[in-house]
Each structure stands twice: as structure tokens, then as C-alpha cells.
Design a protein. Structure first.
Length: 323
């Protein structure tokens, strides 16, 4: 019965053509990214990358000395200076445009894009039943309500996973015609740590690009499952599809802005949007608030997902059929 319910929910999402729109958006954005990387490759064939990195480091250091930037931005700049200086000291050209680098890059640049697309897919998975007039039929079927909602949750997790896989596959397909295909074993360095205002390189580790990409995509997948769970909760709370989708999108966009304009509001680190860019934090970008370690971010997202799921099931199983 559960498999039949999941199949039914899958057909509903496909019938609304939301997933086709998501794939179209991803393809368009990834083509632009690949083209930009192709232009960068052509323009930088004869460049002195060491001199360019040193110039960037000098510019960042001058900005830090002037002291006219916020504490949050200063943390980001110090982390970037340390990362670039590490590559200069070890004579390694970072992020040389190749098809594998584009695939790896997607895990970072999609830190906010993919959650928005997953929210678009899932925020009306329950509320749409009310809009279409099928909610009473759904709730009066001889099937336990928790099974009905569980099928919706599993379907959302499936499409969140498919969205992430589609992003990786599309990134490879659109980049291989115009960028070098090799480089999956290129060295990648992660483990830069920000502590007490300084950046430590003691725990920096070297991984082949393919291994580094798997970790980044795994973290991004976990974040997307959290977004799917919260989207399900909002879809249960709101009877209107527009209200559910609007609230989720506003939470993602507004939360991301809040973490940048209010770095001193430490309570903001408990918002789920503060922990969403797990792949960025893994790559070395400092989180917006002090004390947000990778473990903290993972536990925070797990807590939000569990709480959202509990609220959704609690409300859905007790909902009045004729309310």
C-alpha cells in the first residue's frame, strides 16, 4: 500500500510539471556557468596565476587593515586570504576550469538555488489537495493518515535527491563539450578552520577532486532533505498553495539576507537557513556566526527536520475532515 501511495504522489508531481521546470532552470543556469568557465579558460591561457593570487591577497589585506568592513565580512576575508596563501605556498593553481571542477562547483553555488527549487516542488504537496478539492477524499480513504503523509514525505525526499543528481549530471553534460574532461584526481584542499579571529591550516587535508565532490554533494543532500521536511510541514499548516510556497521561499531568501545584515544577532545561528550551505562550510567558507561548527550545523538541520516532521504528522493525523 505504501509503495502504491508513493507512486501516486510521484505521478502528481510529474503531472504538475514542476520537476520539468526545475530541470529546465538547472540546465539554463549550468550552461551559463559552463560558458563562463570556458571564457575564463580561454582568457587565462597565458596568465600568471601566482601573481594574480598575490594581488588578490594584497587587496584583501589592505581591506582588513583599513578596518571599514563588518566583522562577518572580515572573517570571510581572512579565511580567503589564508586559503589563497596556502595555494601560493604549495605552488598549486586553484579552480582551473575543467568539467570536473564545474561539477564540484555546483555543490557550492547551488547552496541556495537547490533549496529554493526543492521548496517549489514540495511546499504545496498537501495544500494542493485542498486547492484541487481532493483533500476530503484523501482523508476519508481506508488508509491510515500517517501512511498517506509518509508517502508524501518519501516522495519529496526522492525528488530532492533527483534534483541534486540532475544538477551534477547536467553540470557534466553541458561542460564536457567546451571544457577539458580530465582532472577527477586533481588535489583539493579543505579543512581551513576559523577560531578566535584567526584561520588555522593545521587540519587542512588533501583529497582527490572526486572524493571531495562526493563529500560536498553528500552534505548538500542532507540539507535538501531538511528543506523537504520543512516544506511538508508548511504544506500541512497552510490550506493555500500560494501561502505555503510563499512562506517557504520568504524563509529561505529572508533568512539568507538576515545572516548577512545581522552578524551580531547570535540567536540567528539557530535558524535552519544559517546552516543550509554545508558544502560551503566544508570547503572553508566561514559560517555567518561564531560557534557554528560543521557538527553544530548538521545537528541543527537534523533537529529542524525532526521537529518539522513531528509537527506535520501531528497536525495531519488530527485534522478535521470537514474543517
Amino acid at each position: 500500500m505504501l509503495i502504491a501511495l508513493i507512486r501516486n504522489e510521484t505521478l502528481k508531481i510529474l503531472r504538475r510539471r514542476r520537476f520539468a521546470i526545475v530541470i529546465g532552470i538547472l540546465a539554463a543556469i549550468l550552461m551559463l556557468i559552463s560558458y563562463a568557465q570556458h571564457r575564463q579558460l580561454n582568457e587565462n591561457r597565458n596568465r600568471n596565476w601566482r601573481a594574480e593570487l598575490q594581488q588578490r591577497v594584497a587587496g584583501y589585506q589592505n581591506a582588513l587593515r583599513r578596518g571599514r568592513i563588518s566583522d562577518s565580512w572580515a572573517r570571510t576575508v581572512r579565511a580567503e586570504v589564508t586559503r589563497l596563501q596556502f595555494y601560493i605556498d604549495h605552488d598549486i593553481e586553484p579552480d582551473k576550469p575543467t568539467a570536473p571542477v564545474v561539477v564540484r562547483l555546483v555543490a557550492n553555488v547551488s547552496g541556495w538555488l537547490l533549496p529554493l527549487l526543492v521548496a517549489m516542488l514540495g511546499s504545496d504537496i498537501v495544500s494542493a489537495e485542498h486547492a484541487e478539492g481532493t483533500d476530503k477524499l484523501l482523508l476519508t480513504r481506508p488508509v491510515r493518515r500517517w501512511k498517506v503523509l509518509l508517502s508524501k514525505l518519501i516522495t519529496l525526499w526522492m525528488f530532492a535527491t533527483l534534483t541534486l543528481l540532475a544538477a551534477a549530471i547536467l553540470a557534466w553534460l553541458v561542460s564536457i563539450p567546451i571544457l577539458p574532461r580530465g582532472g577527477w584526481n586533481a588535489p583539493m584542499f579543505n579543512g581551513f578552520r576559523l577560531s578566535a579571529g584567526t584561520v588555522s591550516v593545521d587540519q587542512v587535508r588533501q583529497l582527490p577532486l572526486w572524493h571531495d565532490a562526493l563529500i560536498a554533494y553528500g552534505l548538500q543532500w542532507f540539507a535538501l532533505l531538511t528543506v523537504a521536511s520543512i516544506s511538508l510541514m508548511l504544506s500541512v499548516i497552510f490550506r493555500s498553495s500560494a501561502a505555503a510556497i510563499g512562506t517557504m521561499l520568504a524563509s529561505l531568501i529572508g533568512g539568507s539576507i538576515l545572516t548577512r545584515v545581522s552578524p551580531d544577532w547570535t540567536a540567528g545561528k539557530y535558524l535552519f537557513v544559517s546552516a543550509l550551505p554545508l558544502a560551503d562550510y566544508y570547503s572553508g567558507s566561514p559560517p555567518p556566526y561564531e560557534g557554528m561548527s560543521m557538527t553544530f550545523c548538521i545537528l541543527l538541520l537534523a533537529g529542524w527536520a525532526a521537529a518539522a516532521t513531528a509537527v506535520a504528522f501531528g497536525l495531519f493525523t488530527q485534522r478535521d475532515v470537514f474543517g
